[in-house]
Write a protein that binds this ligand. Structure first.
Ligand code: ZN
Length: 308
């Protein structure tokens, strides 16, 4: 609590300085507000091409992925005002660098009580750095994803849904997590692709918010999957003008046909969602349109190939 008051004081000073100098604070985290103690805030942090979501609920904090190596310090700095003591839970959805690359920085900067992972190992430097940091983390449980319900306090839960393990497609081994707070459900699927979505069709249910799988790639968010989870809102984390065709216009089309409103970190930066158990709100009203699809496909659109 002392840290939060300190942060409030610093924010006040910074805000006063900002008004005086007329500069913008757009890149800074949302200001801490005491009244937010009763609310849950989900930060979809802009880490460029990669994934990083931070859930702040009173004194319980969860980090899902930490972006690439380059994003580590950004993540550490962004979450600093919100972390009360230690990070209660870190989820490493899978072993690709755009999800675990920044995690060694996070583990060095914060005490972490538990890390839930996909069960895979990997022969990349990003993974080795991550795993070295895990081994160096004192009193930290390192747990493979299994069916369980994690109590976040005040009626909020995070359900881990065990599914695919050991697939050759590393993306399909992603940790699947369903956040439930009051009537609001938020689903996190890492980089799960359509090939893996099929496994979960009988295990999932309609949600209000979907953290769109695999940065909105063409091979995720299949029609069958969307007909089950039927999200009102989809959040896409991807880098501005990335080389990976994220989000892909075909995935966007399926999401639009499911009447899902889309938002992207590559378009508006960090997306902050506030939940009170009955409703939720976003810090932006700038939705994605087809013109926001991966740049490669904008080029193809001009060539008349886009709907193939
Ligand atoms: Zn990814």
């Amino acid at each position: 609590m002392v840290r939060k008051w300190m942060y409030l004081l610093v924010c006040t000073i910074v805000l006063a300085t900002t008004i005086f100098t007329g500069t913008s604070l757009a890149a800074e985290p949302a200001e801490y507000d005491n009244e937010m103690d009763s609310k849950m805030v989900i930060h979809f942090i802009d880490v460029g091409e990669g994934d990083c979501t931070f859930i702040d609920f009173g004194e319980y904090e969860v980090l899902i992925d930490a972006g690439s190596n380059m994003a580590g310090e950004t993540v550490v700095d962004y979450i600093e005002p919100y972390v009360d003591g230690s990070l209660d839970l870190v989820i490493a959805t899978h072993v690709h660098h755009d999800h675990i690359g920044g995690m060694d920085d996070v583990l060095k900067a914060y005490d972490v009580k538990e890390i839930i992972h996909s069960g895979d190992t990997y022969n990349t430097q990003s993974y080795l750095d991550f795993y070295d940091a895990v081994l160096a983390e004192p009193n930290c449980m390192y747990t493979e994803d299994e069916d369980r319900i994690i109590d976040m306090g005040n009626g909020a839960t995070l359900r881990i849904i065990d599914g695919i393990d050991g697939s050759e497609n590393i993306n399909d081994n992603s940790v699947i997590a369903l956040l439930e707070y009051g009537v609001t459900k938020v689903l996190f699927t890492g980089d799960l692709e359509e090939s893996g979505e099929a496994y979960y069709l009988n295990l999932l249910e309609p949600v209000q918010v979907l953290k769109v799988g695999h940065h909105g790639s063409a091979t995720s968010s299949g029609t069958n999957f969307l007909s089950v989870v039927n999200p009102q809102i989809g959040i896409i984390s991807a880098g501005y003008a990335n080389n990976s065709i994220h989000p892909h216009i075909r995935a966007m089309r399926r999401l639009f046909q499911a009447e899902t409103e889309l938002y992207g970190t590559f378009k508006v930066g960090c997306i902050v969602m506030t939940l009170d158990g009955e409703s939720y709100s976003l810090n932006t009203s700038q939705t994605l349109q087809y013109a926001d699809a991966g740049i490669y496909h904008i080029i193809r659109e001009f060539e008349g190939e886009v709907w193939k």
